[in-house]
Each structure stands twice: as structure tokens, then as C-alpha cells.
Design a binder for this molecule. Structure first.
Ligand SMILES: NC(=O)c1ccc[n+]([C@@H]2O[C@H](COP(=O)([O-])OP(=O)(O)OC[C@H]3O[C@@H](n4cnc5c(N)ncnc54)[C@H](OP(=O)(O)O)[C@@H]3O)[C@@H](O)[C@H]2O)c1
Length: 215
């Protein structure tokens, strides 16, 4: 058993999550509110360490009124997370998923600060195993908020159930700009993750597309 995973991003029309310099201010105010409404409904929000290092997000619900914040999960094989990262503040519980390679001293420091550290995997976090562990902790729904490398890991392992994307009317270009799903990519169309469109609508200047992942 695993939690139900919703992948959400804001991207440019050419599928980029940020420009080549890492500028990721893509969402309009209406979209931020949409995302915070999803955050308020799920048990947890998950990001990769790349996103924490680049954007230093709080990953809380602060654009709308909500009773509680979801648990924040950071996927970080080597515990590269800075101790002053905003995702470690006391606004919500934080879980860091790491590996046997992680520095034990840093792990101790994080635990002392009330952060839960889950060790699963040798070099890279074993995402399938992580999903099982999180489910057993009572986490039934996760909003996956990227970035492109973690998105690939989750799609490749077949762990995503639903997709919602906000497409801003912008073109970023740049072969090194992070895209919605990076990693090695599937080799054939046959292997690709297939989706079924459920809903689409205009939001601000952009559009929102919602899909379910077909198995
Ligand atoms: N527009 C949007 O909606 C949006 C949303 C999120 C992020 N972003 C942008 O995306 C960029 C960050 O994306 P990113 O691709 O560089 O980083 P990322 O996906 O946030 O994090 C990737 C890192 O996660 C760690 N990881 C551990 N186990 C993994 C596994 N099994 N599979 C995949 N990753 C694993 C790896 O680092 P270790 O090996 O050190 O563990 C990997 O490099 C930023 O520019 C951010 O602004 C945009």
C-alpha cells in the first residue's frame, strides 16, 4: 500500500519549471491559491533537495486560511539540507528521507531539532520503500511539488496517481533549464506514463490541466 500522490507544477508552455538561471516565479496569484488549496487537503507535501537548495520554500499553507499544515517531506540522500532551511522551521512537522550514506552527525543534529529522519536506500532514496514507510505512518495523500529530478524518480517508479499542471503563457527555452520531468527519460513512447485528461480550465492568464495516471 502507498499514499495517493498528486504531482503539481507550474510550468512555461515549453515545459520548464524554471529558467536557465533558476528563476521559478511562474505561478500567478490565482494559481498559488489553487496550490495552497490542494496543500490544505493532503497529509504531506514532498520535494527534492534540489528545490530546497534553490528556492528555500516553507511548504506551508499560507495563501488561504487552513486548520493545519501538512507534513513536509524532503528527499535528500546525503543530508545536504542547510540547518537554517525554511522547511525546517517550526510551522509544521518535517520528515527527511535519506540514505545510509548520510552523515551521522548531521542526522543527530536534525533529530535534536525535532526533524524525523527516515533512512531508506543506499545511494539514492528508495522511493518505493519510502512510500510504504510513509503509508505505514498514516500518510494517505501526498502533494509532490518537484522538481524535475524527483518528478522523474516518482514517475519512473509508477508512484504518481494524479497530475495537475498550471501552464503559464511564457516560453523559457534553454536545454539546461529544469523541466517538469527530467532524469534519463523513457526510451520509447510505449514506456511513457499515460494520462487521461479529467479537467481543464483558464486560471488568470494561464490554464490548468488535470489528469489521472493510467496503469
Ligand atoms: N515551477 C514549479 O512548479 C517548480 C516546483 C518545484 C521545483 N521547481 C524548480 O526545480 C528546480 C529544482 O529541481 P531539481 O531537479 O534540480 O531538484 P529536485 O527534483 O528538487 O531534487 C532532486 C534531488 O533529489 C535527490 N534524490 C534523492 N533520491 C532521489 C530519487 N530516488 N530520485 C530523484 N531524486 C532523488 C537527489 O539529490 P541527492 O542525490 O543529493 O539526494 C536529486 O538531485 C529548482 O530550480 C526549482 O525552482 C519548480
Amino acid at each position: 500500500m502507498k499514499p495517493y500522490v498528486i504531482s503539481n507544477v507550474g510550468m512555461s508552455l515549453d515545459g520548464k519549471l524554471a529558467t536557465v538561471t533558476g528563476d521559478s516565479r511562474i505561478s500567478c496569484e490565482e494559481d498559488l491559491i489553487r496550490v495552497h488549496k490542494i496543500r490544505a487537503k493532503v497529509d504531506a507535501i514532498m520535494v527534492g533537495i534540489g528545490t530546497v537548495l534553490k528556492d528555500d520554500p516553507r511548504l506551508t499553507v499560507h495563501k488561504i486560511k487552513a486548520d493545519k499544515n501538512p507534513i513536509r517531506i524532503v528527499v535528500d540522500s546525503k543530508l545536504r539540507i542547510p540547518l537554517n532551511a525554511r522547511v525546517l522551521n517550526n510551522e509544521a512537522k518535517t520528515i527527511i528521507a535519506t540514505t545510509e550514506k548520510a552523515d551521522k552527525e548531521k542526522m543527530k543534529l536534525l533529530k535534536e531539532r525535532g526533524v524525523e529522519v527516515i533512512v531508506c536506500g543506499r545511494d539514492k532514496v528508495d522511493l518505493k520503500e519510502l512510500m510504504k514507510i510513509l503509508y505505514n505512518k498514516g500518510i494517505r495523500s501526498i502533494l509532490l511539488e518537484g522538481g524535475g529530478t524527483l518528478n522523474w524518480g516518482m514517475f519512473k517508479e509508477g508512484l504518481v496517481d494524479e497530475v495537475s499542471v498550471y501552464i503559464a503563457p511564457m516560453i523559457f527555452g534553454g536545454k539546461d533549464a529544469v523541466s517538469y520531468v527530467d532524469g534519463e527519460g523513457f526510451k520509447t513512447v510505449e514506456e511513457a506514463v499515460k494520462l487521461k485528461l479529467k479537467k481543464f480550465y483558464r486560471l488568470g492568464e494561464g490554464i490548468v490541466l488535470e489528469y489521472v495516471v493510467l496503469r
